[in-house]
Design a binder for this molecule. Sequence first.
Ligand code: 1CP
Length: 351
Amino acid sequence: MQAIDNQRITNYKRPSFVQVLHGQQTETTPVWVMRQAGRYLPEYMVLRRKYSFFERCQTPELATEITMQPLRRFALDAAILFSDILVVPQAMGVEVLLEENIGPVLPNPIRTMADLKRVHIPDVSDALHYVAQAIDLTKVALNNLVPLIGFAGSPWTIFCYMTEGKGSKTFDKAKAICFSNPELATKLLDKITETTIAYLKMKARHGVDALQIFDSWGGLLSPEDYQTWSLPYIQRIINAVKLEYNIPIIVFAKGASYALPELAATGATALGLDWTCSPQFARQMTQEKVVLQGNLDPALLLASPQVLEQRVKTMVSGFKRGQYIANLGHGITPNIAVEQVQRFIDTVKSC
Ligand code: 1CP
């Protein structure tokens, strides 16, 4: 395969991300970027033109290469395995396509009890073996110098796509199922949860250093509904994984800062924050129970260098050293210049 070297990292060791998650002191604030492997990188675009999205996810050499791309440019403190949250519904028997200019499309969404019969709990070591292989390969490339994050969507966020059939600003069809057919909603969420537990355990078994659960659409729920339709399923995952593995778990519930106290009580090691809450508010809501991660508005990477630097400094000093991992408040967008990512990382390191 051309343009792929899966070259090992040899020159630097970056332990601070794992140290912070294990409650240890560090000299610098660890930093990584959500969606750091993605479309703002010209070298990603080269592979994107040559291979389809799921080819990139399902070919371990390609997934490894894309995981490594941002690490060759930037002194990031963690790698995140290139994949997608939607490989899980795919493994459960639901077709998922990624359409240009539209995004994920699930042509046959789950809306009835009859539809639910099509959904199964797979043997993840079979259906998602390519993810395990990509982890093995990436671990070799990372050479124990940079930690690797494995991830999954939260059951609620996966449920949103499986019922709605595509991305949405409101996911009102997904919510309608919860409100009008709670039995169906619960049964589907149970299946997703069981699959996700097995999936994350597999990742832990293959040696990822931390897990992140993306509850990207958690914030679409009211505080009351969050307690019913998202939190208990995340709790089940944390309990099940922690029972077998001593691995840090980060929960990123976008737009759901109202649930920070409950999320801090789940046993999660760290909570990811979006930019709609201040460091002071997040700390007050969570006390000293968890590490906090975030939360620069990704749009600030479009600001002038001076404004970006000043806002990063304010953010880092707001969270204070220790129990903190710097990141954006959501994924980096394709229109960001690589120099601004460099500036973001350098500024965190200068604080
Ligand atoms: O090249 C392309 O056009 C594909 C764009 C793309 C990429 C780079 C998609 C499609 N997924 C990914 C990779 C991806 N997805 C990663 C890689 C690791 C990294 O962070 O570098 C991760 C962690 C995800 C997770 C993901 N996929 C989430 C949760 C995180 C978030 O941003 O909230 C979600 C919601 C998805 C669904 C998804 N997959 C792809 C897109 C464009 C979307 C979002 C669509 C929507 O808004 O509904």
